[in-house]
Design a protein around this ligand. Structure first.
Ligand code: 293
Ligand code: CA
Length: 149
């Protein structure tokens, strides 16, 4: 009947409102939305391989900012947790050529002055400081996880 249809639509309305509310609660304070991307941390800290695996396991990938707005969102999480993060960017394959996890050369960077310096010849991963600036760092160090979805 028309009345039954109306009440089903009302149920759908309250369902989407509840889902939206759950989303906002989860996004505060662990996530940031930038355009089509969502950046999210779980608070976990580990080395590059461990972070990469965890993001992938969750159906996302390690944060890979492609512009200043995306980098600023990651920076906000670094500041909030007071912990540097590792990006989904490295020069493991070819020293000095930084790529995303799919092997594509990076299209955006925000290096700190005098970085990347490949200090001691062992720095192939990229950490983000609370300033938002990047430093190449040994992939074996432990940093905060931020995934993108
Ligand atoms: C050297 C010189 C420092 C620099 C550091 C980092 C290590 O110790 O100025 O901050 O390397 O690049 O990743
Ligand atoms: Ca460095």
């Amino acid at each position: 009947s028309g009345q039954e249809l109306r009440s089903e639509f009302q149920n759908l309305g309250t369902l989407t409102e509840n889902i939206s509310l759950c989303f906002l609660v989860i996004m505060f304070p662990n996530g940031r939305i930038v355009g089509e991307k969502i950046f999210m941390t779980s608070g976990y800290e580990g080395n590059f391989d461990s972070l990469k695996q965890r993001c992938s396991q969750a159906g996302g990938q390690l944060a890979s900012p492609r512009n200043a707005a995306e980098n600023a969102a990651i920076q906000q999480i670094v500041v909030l947790y007071n912990k540097s993060v590792f990006l989904g960017i490295n020069d493991i394959q070819t020293e000095g050529r930084f790529t995303y996890l799919n092997g594509e050369n990076i299209v955006y960077s925000n290096w700190q002055t005098r970085e990347p310096n490949n200090d001691k010849g062992i720095e192939d991963c990229v950490e983000v400081y609370s300033s938002g600036k990047w430093n190449d760092k040994s992939c074996g160090e432990k940093r905060l996880i931020v995934c993108e979805f």
